[in-house]
Design a protein around this ligand. Structure first.
Ligand code: PGA
Length: 301
C-alpha cells in the first residue's frame, strides 16, 4: 500500500471541511487536483473514504479510521520536523578531530557531507600518524579521533565503523604479480617500502612478521601512503597499504594486489574517545553520522 503524506494532508482537510472545494482553497490547489489525490488514496487503501449525499460529503467508517490515523501521523511528522529544527539549530561550533593519515581517503568525504547538513559546525581535522593520534587522545586534545589500531590501554571507548582492508601491493610487471598463495617467508626476501615507525599500517605488518618469527628491513621508509604508492609504481619495492588508498591506481592498472598467505588483513576503522568524555552536541552528531551513514556516503561519493 503506497500513499503519501500529502495525500493524508488533503484527506484530513477534505474531511474537516466536508468539501473538496474548501480543502482545495485551504491548500492552494485546484479542486480536480484534490479529487484525483483522494481517488488515488482510496484506490491504494481499497475502500471508499467519503460518501456523497446530495451536495454534502460524509466520511465513511473506513474514512473515520483513516482520519484518526492520519491526524496522528501528521502530528508525529510535525513533531519530528520540530526536533530536527531544534537539533540543527544547536549543532554548531568547534569540532576538533585527529585522524590517522590513512583515513584521508574517506574522512574528508564524511566531513564534507556532514557539513552540508550542519553548516555552522567549524571543523578542525588534524591528519597525523597513529602514534601522534594516540598521544593526542591520551592528552584529551580532541573531541574524538579516528584510527585503525586502537590502544590496548583501558580508559578508551572505541566505536567501529568501516572495514579497513590491508593488502600487499606490487607493480603489475613484478614477477610475483601472477603467483598464487605466496608465503610470507618467500615474500620476506623482497624489498619493502614501509611507512615510518608510529604508523598504524606499519604496526600491523610488523606484528604479522613478528608472529612468524620473520624480520624485514625496510628498503625505504616513506612518510605517506601517497609516496609509497609512487615508489611501488616506480618498481622500488612492495608495500602493505589500505585498500581505501588504492582506488585510482588499481583502476588504472598501475598497481596490483599480491596473493599472499594471511592477506588481505581485515581490520576496522574506529572512532575513539576517552571513556566518560562528555561530547559536545556537534561531536556527538558527527559521531552518530559516521556510525550510521559512512557506508552510504562512501558508496555514492
Ligand atoms: P596510519 O594508521 O595512517 O598511521 O598508518 C593507520 C591505522 O591506524 O590503521
Amino acid at each position: 500500500m503506497h500513499f503519501t503524506l500529502q495525500q493524508l494532508k488533503l484527506f484530513v482537510s477534505v474531511a474537516k471541511n466536508s468539501s473538496y472545494t474548501r480543502a482545495a482553497k485551504e491548500l492552494n490547489l485546484s479542486q480536480p487536483a484534490v479529487s484525483i489525490q483522494i481517488k488515488r488514496l482510496e484506490q491504494q487503501i481499497g475502500l471508499a473514504l467519503f460518501e456523497q449525499v446530495g451536495k454534502t460529503i460524509f466520511t465513511t467508517t473506513a474514512g473515520k479510521t483513516v482520519y484518526q490515523a492520519s491526524e496522528e501521523i501528521l502530528d508525529k511528522v510535525a513533531q519530528l520536523k520540530n526536533s530536527i529544527k531544534e537539533l540543527k539549530g544547536e549543532v554548531k561550533g568547534l569540532l576538533q578531530l585527529s585522524v590517522v593519515s590513512t583515513s584521508k581517503y574517506f574522512m574528508p568525504h564524511l566531513l564534507g557531507s556532514f557539513l552540508q547538513q550542519y553548516p555552522d559546525v567549524e571543523p578542525k581535522m588534524k591528519f597525523t600518524n597513529r602514534a601522534r593520534v594516540v598521544e593526542r587522545l591520551t592528552n584529551n586534545e580532541d573531541d574524538f579521533v579516528v584510527m585503525g589500531q586502537i590502544p590496548n590501554a583501558q580508559g578508551f571507548e572505541a566505536h567501529p565503523f568501516l572495514e579497513n582492508i590491508l593488502v600487499m601491493v606490487a607493480p603489475p610487471t613484478h614477477p610475483l604479480a601472477n603467483k598464487n598463495n605466496i608465503s610470507l617467508e618467500e615474500l620476506s626476501k623482497e624489498r619493502f617500502l614501509e611507512r615510518e615507525l608510529g604508523s598504524g599500517t606499519r604496526l600491523v605488518f610488523d606484528r604479522m612478521l613478528e608472529e612468524r618469527g620473520l624480520k624485514v628491513e625496510p628498503y625505504m621508509e616513506l612518510g605517506s601512503s601517497e609516496a609509497i604508492k609512487q615508489g611501488v609504481m616506480a618498481g622500488l619495492g612492495l608495500a602493505v597499504l589500505s585498500l581505501h588508498s588504492l582506488h585510482l591506481e588499481r583502476e588504472a592498472g598501475k598497481i596490483v594486489l599480491l596473493d599472499v598467505a594471511g592477506f588481505p588483513v581485515k581490520r576496522r576503522w574506529y572512532v575513539v574517545h576517552r571513556k566518560g568524555k562528555k561530547l559536545s552536541l556537534a561531536a556527538r552528531t558527527f559521531l552518530d553520522y559516521i556510525l550510521q551513514d559512512s557506508h552510504k556516503i562512501l558508496t555514492t561519493s
